[in-house]
Structures are given as structure tokens and as C-alpha cells.
Design a protein around this ligand. Sequence first.
Ligand SMILES: Cc1cc2nc3c(=O)[nH]c(=O)nc-3n(C[C@H](O)[C@H](O)[C@H](O)COP(=O)(O)OP(=O)(O)OC[C@H]3O[C@@H](n4cnc5c(N)ncnc54)[C@H](O)[C@@H]3O)c2cc1C
Length: 432
Amino acid sequence: MNIGILGAGLAGLSAAYELAKRGVTVQVYERSHHVGGNVRTRQVQGYLVEEGPATIALGEGTLKALIEELGLTEALIGQQPAAYKRYLLRKGRLRSVSPRNLLFSGKILPLAARWRLLHEPWVRTSPLAEEESLAHFVSRRLGPGCLPLADAFVSGIYAGDIHRLSVQQAFPRLAEMEQRHGSLFKAVRKLPRRQPHSFAAGMQTLPVRLAAQLPLPVRLDTPVAALDHTAAGQWQLLDTDGREIAVHDHVLVTTPLHSAPRLPLGHVYPKVTYAPVTLLALGYTREAVRHPLDGFGFLVPGDEASGLLGVQFISSIFPGRAPQSKVLLGCFVGGSRQPELAALPETELVSCIHRELSGLLGISALPELAHLVRYPAAIPQYNLGYVQVQGALDTLERQLPGLHFAGNYRHGVSVPDTVAGAIHWARGLQVS
Ligand SMILES: Cc1cc2nc3c(=O)[nH]c(=O)nc-3n(C[C@H](O)[C@H](O)[C@H](O)COP(=O)(O)OP(=O)(O)OC[C@H]3O[C@@H](n4cnc5c(N)ncnc54)[C@H](O)[C@@H]3O)c2cc1C
């Protein structure tokens, strides 16, 4: 049996690696000139810049086991103690977020919201069958006063809309916490701790190592434009001119659905909404920034007058990200909240973000590094009704035997979920 995998992002590479271990002949096809998909690290002017994810919340799961198996444990780095603090933009100022500040100070939540929050353990559990938006879930359990907090939290993961994201689909662990423990407060105390990690040489370490382990090298610069059946019931991969690239028994699609190859006549992909995000890496000399940058960064609720979704204090989180006496900030702009900002011309965007940061962090000089990466379709949104998207993909898999789907629109958007989903899929494939 042989299988063609479309897309050399983490989903495609993880699935390929797992299948190759099982003795399956596997060939990965990648449209671009590099492996890793969204995961990409660059050295720019002495800074180590992540053009996609900068951190992975590493627990005890599949991703950790994979990293060990790949011999990459030594290359892993955890967040520095200086990065434990989290900030939130509230009323135009950065506030440190801690249980104490949340409950006993009025700087983040007003008194009525704090009082309501304390009643969470006594809120009735919702019936299992009801799909709920995150906003509805948070209002019901924690009180409407906590919506700005939820909004900020979501801007850091989905860059999405809390009124549209489905708790059951986008945050299944949150829904499960309520069902299993009857209270988020009780459940949080039992949660395993997940610390942000990366690799000393950057996130690209992982896809590069995965690709290097494959018996057949990834075919780069090979966009697959269409899929068709052969008379023998195999899958034919076609290029943009309709020429055959290869034939496989099975095909795994891990490309985003909007760039996935056309399907045989009569079949279409379900529509998935993506939020646009622009990532701006800004480098400053340390002395130009008055703020101590003593934390992971800050998140921004949608009710603040801000052009930012959030900012990571990258050089405080991990060592080796900025040259000596310099600091590196990773700024996220756009999302479903302000998609038009993500599309601003580069000079306008840089000056707008620099101006805002100057006020918030006390910056007194221009950035010496400004590196911008645009993702017009960054993160798939598991909005209300997403269960129908998953159902439509299941139907395609049933109607078109040998065709399979994995990736961040299928098993969760985070790096650990994307990798785990692809590996579990590969383990479950019948290879006879
Ligand atoms: C800006 C940004 C920041 C993020 N930050 C974090 C973070 O801090 N932590 C975290 O856990 N997650 C983060 N994520 C999410 C995470 O990075 C992604 O969900 C995950 O990497 C997606 O992997 P994937 O393999 O599903 O898709 P992708 O990485 O999108 O890979 C798909 C691949 O398919 C290729 N392709 C597309 N069309 C074709 C075609 N027709 N033929 C062949 N190849 C094709 C693409 O070139 C690409 O290489 C972030 C995402 C973004 C965009």
C-alpha cells in the first residue's frame, strides 16, 4: 500500500512519519519551497524570528512523546522564569493578571463582575446536547463581566469572535471540564500544567527533523491542483496543467481546504471560515524600552481602543531570540475582530503599532527591526455549526474511499493538537 500526503505542514509530516514507521510507502507533496507550513523560523539582523507559532504548550501527550522519539528533547527550551507573568490591556494600561488581581483588585474586573465570578461553583451544568458560543458559556458560568477576559484569551488562540466560536468544537476541554467537574474553578485545580516551550534553534527544528526522518524526501514546489480516480480505483494527483504527478492507493489532504486540490466531479469541500492575522516582529535596543518586559506578553480585549490582538515579549520568554542588549516583540494584528488592520500597507502598519507600543511600554526610539508576515487565512474558526463541517468531511471520506483529511481544521488548531490528531489518524489507518 502507498499513500500520498498533500502538505508538508506539521500535520502532513507527523502523519507521514508515523506511517513510514509502520512500513507504509509514503510520499509528501508540498506547494512551497520549504517544509513546516506555518512553522517557520528565520534569522533576521541577528534576531531569531518566528514567522508562525513561537511557543508550544507542552503537556505529557503525543507531541512530547514524538519529540523524545525524534531525539529532540535536548533541543527543547522552556519559558524563562522571567516570563511567568501575564499582562492584559485594560482601560488603556497593562495590568498584571493573577488570581489575586482578578478577585481583589478593581483594575481588571469591576466589583459586580468579581462577586458574580465567585458564584461559578454553584452554577448549574448545561445539558450535554446544547451547542453554545464561547460568549454564552462564559456569561452563563462566570458572568457577563468576564466577557472581555474571554475575548482577550480567544484573541491569543483563534484570533476569533467569542460570539461565534463554539465551545464544544473550539474548546472541547472547557466543555468537558464543566461536564466532568460541574465547575471550572474545581476543574482548573486538577488540570495538568502545560508550560510554553520552543526549541533552542526555533520552532522549525521540529518539521525539519520530521522531514529528515522520512524514507522519501518531501517533493517541494509541487502544488497538487486536482484529484481524480483511476480506472483501477486508485487516486491520481494532477498539477495545474492537468498533468499527472503521481498515483496512490490513499491520499491524505492536510492542506487548508481553501487551497486543497479539486475533487472528482460532484464533490466539494465544506466551507471553513479563516481569520486573517498579520504578525509583526519588532526589535528595539533594551535601553529604548522603559517597561521591564517581565512577562510572557499581553493580550487585548476587543473593547479596548487598540490595533493589537496581543504582543509576546519574545526575548523574555526564551533565550537567544535577540542580540545582546536588544529586545524582540511579536505583535499580532487583525483577526476576525479587525480584519482590515491585517491588510494595512506595511509602513502604515509598522508606524501604527510602534506608536501604540511606545505609549504602552514607554518606547523612546524607532525599532531597529521590523519584520512582517501576513496570513490572509491564518486560523480556521471552529464556529457554531462546525460539527457540520466535520460531518461533511466524514461523508467525503465515506463516499470517496482512500481519501482522508487531517490538519488544523480537523483536530484542533494548536501545534500539539494538530500533531496528535495526525498521528492518531495514521495509527488508525488500516494498512493491509
Ligand atoms: C501566525 C500564527 C501563529 C500561531 N501561533 C501558534 C502558537 O503560538 N502555538 C500553537 O500551538 N499554534 C499556533 N498556531 C497554529 C499552528 O501553527 C497551526 O495550526 C499548525 O501549524 C497548522 O499545521 P497544518 O499542518 O495543519 O497546516 P499548515 O501549516 O497550513 O500546512 C499546510 C501545508 O500545505 C501546503 N499546501 C497548501 N496547498 C497545497 C496544495 N494544493 N498542494 C500541496 N501543498 C499545499 C502549504 O504550503 C503548507 O505547507 C499559529 C498559527 C499562525 C498562522
